[in-house]
Design a binder for this molecule. Structure first.
Ligand code: ADP
Ligand code: MG
Length: 294
């Protein structure tokens, strides 16, 4: 029997909605001692909401939002969906052509005859856009207030900032307690900024020293590798395109069932219920199943 069948056979695996890729996975659940958790969509709901549109040019806020919403409508990132939804609720969105995006970076496209670029500072820089010192200070102020902030540029110049917030999933804090009881050290890993990451970490009981923020998708792989090099056996839970490579690098990759296909394909184990409690249960159940069949 395959381990999936074994877990299903217990009734509990099926009941819990845990999908396991192969026999080795059970063994891996026994040895992991560290769990790297992606923030957005894993520890938090990923259902982000736009809080503010800060104009840093001669545009007006509705016009800025409309352009950003149009280009973000083509992306499946939680930030993108929030901006597109917010904009679409305030008026019909124009069409975007020539769309491109970088996971963990941002988006770019042509809207109404102008080029719209939205994302983090590094993505703007890649597109030859440099915010002024004053604009960077405004961005820092938004981030320091605990917001997720995104740059919006039009035709090569910064137009403004959109700030967003996310909510910690109900049950994430309790689940992290459960993971600790299973002997796992939780580490928070995110492409988002440090102030937001520290806020989330404090809310769920992850130590500030175990927060890695502002990390690119490649940086996520490096973070897992570094922990492994320091002797840890690493589980990683994530949901995004930006998590896929790190999930593959981890000794035990865990995808949220609501996650992107690439994340699920890269993972050893998928939890259909999308909760961290299910991640803890999956590890506990796999360890117990192993105990039974050995
Ligand atoms: P996380 O690790 O929290 O899931 P990501 O790695 O996906 O975050 O993204 C990191 C950062 O890149 C975001 O906080 C945002 O600044 C920027 N970013 C990524 N995708 C987009 C997008 N579609 N639009 C705007 N900004 C984006
Ligand atoms: Mg995520």
């Amino acid at each position: 029997a395959t381990p999936t069948a074994l877990l299903t056979g217990t009734g509990r695996g099926a009941q819990l909605g845990i999908l396991i890729r192969g026999p080795q996975v059970l063994e891996d659940t026994r040895t992991v001692d560290t769990i790297v958790l992606d923030k957005t969509g894993t520890v938090t709901t990923g259902a982000m909401a736009v809080d503010d549109v800060v104009v840093l040019s001669d545009m007006d806020a509705p016009g800025l939002l409309r352009l950003a919403g149009a280009v973000e409508a083509a992306s499946e990132h939680p930030i993108a969906q929030a901006i597109a939804r917010h904009a679409a609720a305030r008026g019909r969105l124009p069409e975007t052509t020539g769309f491109s995006s970088a996971p963990g970076g941002g988006v770019r496209g042509e809207v109404d005859g102008v080029t719209v670029t939205a994302g983090r500072a590094a993505w703007l820089e890649e597109n030859g856009i440099r915010p002024t010192g004053e604009q960077t200070a405004a961005f820092g102020t938004a981030e320091d207030a605990g917001a997720t902030a995104v740059w919006v540029a039009v035709d090569g110049d910064v137009a403004g900032i959109i700030t967003l917030s996310d909510t910690v999933k109900e049950g994430s804090a309790a689940a992290i307690g459960h993971l600790r009881r299973l002997g796992l050290r939780p580490v928070l890993l995110t492409g988002d900024n440090r102030a937001v990451a520290l806020q989330v970490a404090a809310a769920v009981g992850i130590d500030a020293v175990d927060v890695r923020a502002g990390v690119t998708p490649a940086g996520k792989v490096d973070a897992v590798r570094e922990l492994q090099a320091a002797g840890a056996t690493v589980a990683m839970a994530g949901d995004g395109v930006n998590d896929a490579a790190a999930l593959a690098q981890a000794d035990l990759g865990i995808a949220m069932g609501s996650g992107t296909d690439v994340a699920i394909e890269a993972a050893d184990l998928t939890v259909m219920g999308n909760s961290l409690e299910q991640v803890a249960q999956a590890i506990e159940l796999s360890r117990r199943t192993l105990g039974t069949i050995k």
